[in-house]
Design a protein around this ligand. Structure first.
Ligand code: SIN
Length: 475
């Protein structure tokens, strides 16, 4: 297993000699000890990225594109191995982990295609006096800070367009799930990514890592996925060097069910929107607003579906929800559930964390939750479905938008015009209309309001990693 730092194409022990224990959240056993990068290691990685960047940017787009396509094929060829690493360090069910590898690899295939299609323009100035040439060179060295909930895909979603556009990168994977990141980096080298283009420096001291990297002269961009709270801190500090930022931050997705919805589909979509990847996604349905005429039936059917969730070790057959990432996560979820019950909400299922080894929390359904309660206002990041009833459509939309977050929303109705009207009124970067999954490498992923800045994926994603240069010329 790869456990060292990747700097300039070589695997190095961290300069401190310290190690970080990686823990299996299903068993609490230490499964590996990896090098703990210091600020000096992070700076060495920035130097390596800076040295590699000019040659990489000068590599013809077709060649970069073909390397990206090799990366896709190589990751797919290693699906079983990568999925098994993901389950060991994150805990999600094996089927989800395999799905994540396919999803994560697809960012390379998609961006291989985008790499040869970065467009510019040429125009005659309105005065007729000169031409205006606009093109999109790479930004330079990009710092990336990635989360633990998708140990593979949240790296590849940033990395593929960044290197496709001709940048080089320094990645800080999360200390909870660094093994997937290190193995992916190794595989990318085998797929033809030159030394120094991708550098990976995990650390147990994230703030020190960032403090060093943000001031490195060659670093021109920060791409971050994580909480809004941390994102705000990084944005403030990135402002000191006026870094370009792409921020994928927290969510608090409303899931609206109108009384004309197909309830079979609504419950099926609710289970996907709530439970995919052990309910630890920022796109997760966080609050279910259900019209009064169908709220009893929806609650009953959702409770039956949640009761069928099999919580356990992601390697075990039939498990559909793995452990939470750590003990604090379980305590946070539990505290939110207890606060809702204290406020008078009614527990329909679950609600008790398990007491044995592993960080497990059961599938939980709570109804009669207050719209303004702590449970409804917080990003739960766990298998808890709060149900809130509504009678007035405008009120449902008002409650759905009554948050500083704006990542995802979901709407279920058989009336397509009503569905589209509602979707357009939701202050969310992504809306699932009669659909519980929105994520797709070919679609723009990102949030409105405090859920983020910029978009990942789609044709927009690669331009986030490009400058715009305009040349005024005459001939
Ligand atoms: C996330 O939770 O950060 C990403 C979810 C997704 O890509 O579907």
């Amino acid at each position: 297993m790869t456990t060292e730092l990747l700097i300039g194409g070589s695997w190095r022990e961290g300069s401190s000699g310290r190690r970080i224990a990686v823990v299996d959240p299903a068993t609490e056993a230490t499964i590996a000890e990896i090098a703990d990068g210091t600020p000096d290691d992070a700076l060495a990685a920035c130097d390596a990225a800076a040295s590699a960047q000019v040659a990489w940017a000068a590599t013809p787009p077709r060649e970069r594109s073909e390397i990206l396509r090799n990366c896709w094929a190589t990751l797919i060829d290693h699906t079983d191995e990568l999925a098994s690493i993901i389950v060991r360090e994150h805990g999600k069910p094996l089927a989800d982990a395999r799905g994540e590898v396919a999803y994560g690899a697809e960012f390379f295939r998609w961006n291989a295609e985008e790499t040869v299609r970065i467009r510019g323009e040429i125009a005659l100035a309105p005065s007729g006096a000169n031409r205006m040439i606009v093109h999109h060179p790479p930004i330079g060295v990009v710092a990336m800070i990635t989360p633990w909930n998708f140990p593979a895909a949240m790296i590849t979603r940033k990395l593929a367009p960044a290197i496709g556009a001709g940048n080089t990168v320094v990645i800080k994977p999360p200390k909870e799930t660094p093994l997937t990141a290190l193995r992916i980096a190794e595989l990318l080298g085998e797929a033809g990514v030159p030394p120094g283009v991708v550098n990976v420096v995990p650390t147990s001291r994230s703030a020190d890592w960032f403090e060093a990297v943000v001031d490195h002269r060659a670093v021109r961009m920060l791409s971050f996925t994580g909480s809004t709270e941390v994102g705000r801190v990084l944005l403030r500090r990135a402002a000191d060097r006026v870094l370009k930022t792409v921020m994928e931050l927290g969510g608090n997705a409303p899931f609206i069910v109108f009384d004309d919805a197909d309830l079979d589909r609504a419950v099926e979509g609710a289970m996907i929107a709530k439970m995919r990847h052990s309910a630890e996604t920022c796109t997760a349905a966080n609050r279910f607003y259900v019209e009064a005429g169908v709220v009893d039936e929806f609650a009953e059917r959702l409770t039956a579906a949640m009761a069928a969730v099999n919580v356990g070790n992601g390697f075990d057959d039939g498990v559909t929800c793995g452990p939470m990432i750590n003990r604090n996560a379980v305590a946070d979820i539990d505290s939110l559930v207890r606060s809702a019950l204290m406020d008078g909400a009614k527990l329909l299922l679950g609600g008790e964390p398990s007491s044995g080894a592993g960080y497990f929390y059961p599938a939980t359904v709570i109804r009669d939750v207050e719209h303004g309660s702590r449970l409804a206002a917080s990003e739960i990041f766990g298998p808890v479905a709060p149900i809130i009833s509504f009678t007035d459509h405008a009120d449902a939309i008002r409650m759905a938008n009554d948050t500083e977050m704006g990542l995802t929303g979901y709407v279920y109705t058989r009336d397509l015009a009503k569905g589209l009207r509602t979707a357009e009124r939701l202050e969310a970067g992504m809306v699932g209309l009669n659909r519980g999954a929105v994520s797709d490498p070919a679609a723009p992923f990102g949030g409105m309001k405090q859920s983020g800045l910029g978009r990942e994926g789609s044709t927009e994603g690669i331009y986030e990693f490009c400058e715009t240069q305009y040349i005024a010329t005459d001939w």
